[in-house]
Design a protein around this ligand. Structure first.
Ligand code: FAD
Length: 299
């Protein structure tokens, strides 16, 4: 990243919301559930399944966490009503993990039971390393009673191969990611090549234990190696899918879809779109330039 981009990144949080909104539209369906359901319909028309995520994290206290649960129930109802192939995905701290692990587990249990009634799947997401242990405990407790649940694991973390080995036997669904949180070098790979190699090794480990693996990446090089692994293991599309973020690297989605590989798109929505969009923009200097131009025009 150049000096210019670094400078812009520094001031991005100060850019007025009206300027950020059109830029964010690329990554976020909108503020309302209806926006997300509309996006799911469009994606389904193009051959992609979906994931609904309500933007937000780190709620404080039980009351707020329960409001998030209510929102997710509404989202699950909405997805169910569309009849589309989609499910919901929740961050542990959005369900109050930082308040209490018991609270978060309780809310995941309620949502998993609710989704089960609707025939929907629920994914437990993974946040920074301070939450990994608790998230694994929550997932294992949840999975014991609800088969319609899955986990996210991060190849960046050195511990992940041991975590995979320690998961209880039985059906397992994992979304494999590199990990969005920059972690300290004593617990995580920091070089891009190492994170990529670890992703491939974790995917192999998961496939070999019979898991269904969602390969969540926009890294074409990594994807080529994953496809070679899938071919080597002789796996059919009932054992894996690619997962991508709304607005990121669309040409890749089409390439995979046309190659006969299932692709699922993560569709975030909600009033808390700004922090999420800022994180996405940090990865994309080209879009940063559009933001700067728009800001200057407004000035
Ligand atoms: P990268 O090497 O980061 O990117 C590959 C290519 O895609 C590069 O060319 C890069 O420039 C481009 N690219 C990546 N992001 C953008 C962008 N925003 N805009 C434009 N180009 C971009 N992480 C977690 O820690 N926990 C989770 O629960 C989690 N869930 C996820 C769910 C899904 C469906 C996906 C796709 C990702 C999720 N992630 C999660 C994020 C993940 O960990 C990575 O940070 C993210 O996918 C970027 O890594 P990459 O594998 O795409 O490779």
């Amino acid at each position: 990243m150049g000096v210019f981009e670094k400078l812009v990144l520094g001031v991005l949080p100060l850019v007025p919301k009206p300027i950020m909104r059109p830029v964010a539209q690329r990554y976020v369906a909108g503020e309302e559930l209806e926006d997300a359901l509309g996006k799911l319909r469009t994606l389904a028309g193009a051959g992609y399944s979906g994931i609904i995520d309500i933007l937000g994290e780190d709620v404080e206290g039980e009351a707020q966490a329960r409001e998030v649960l209510a929102e997710y129930r509404r989202a699950a109802d909405g997805v169910h009503a569309t009849g589309l192939e989609a499910y919901v995905s929740v961050k542990p701290t959005h369900f109050g993990l930082r308040t209490s692990e018991e609270l978060a587990l309780g809310l995941y249990r309620e949502l998993a039971a609710y989704c089960q009634g609707l025939g929907l799947f629920l994914r437990v997401e993974m946040e920074d390393h301070s939450t990994t242990e608790a998230t694994l405990r929550i997932f294992e407790a949840l999975r014991a009673d609800h088969q319609n649940t899955g986990l996210v694991l991060q190849s960046r973390l050195l511990r992940t191969p041991q975590d995979i080995a320690a998961l209880a036997p039985g059906p397992l669904s994992v979304r494999m990611v590199k990990g969005i949180y920059l972690e300290p070098a004593d617990i995580a790979h920091t070089a891009a090549d190492d994170i990529r190699d670890a992703f491939l090794a974790c995917a192999r480990q998961l496939f070999e234990r019979g898991a269904y693996v969602s390969l969540a990446t926009h890294d074409d090089l990594l994807a080529e190696r994953l496809l070679a692994l899938i071919a080597e293991l002789g796996l059919g599309p009932d054992r894996y899918e690619f997962q991508v973020l709304l607005g990121v690297q669309e040409p890749l989605w089409a390439k995979w879809r046309e190659g006969g590989h299932p692709v699922r798109v993560y569709v975030p929505f909600g009033p808390e779109w700004l922090p999420y969009s800022l994180r996405r923009l940090r990865k994309n200097p080209e879009i940063l330039r559009h933001v700067v131009r728009a800001t200057l025009r407004l000035g």
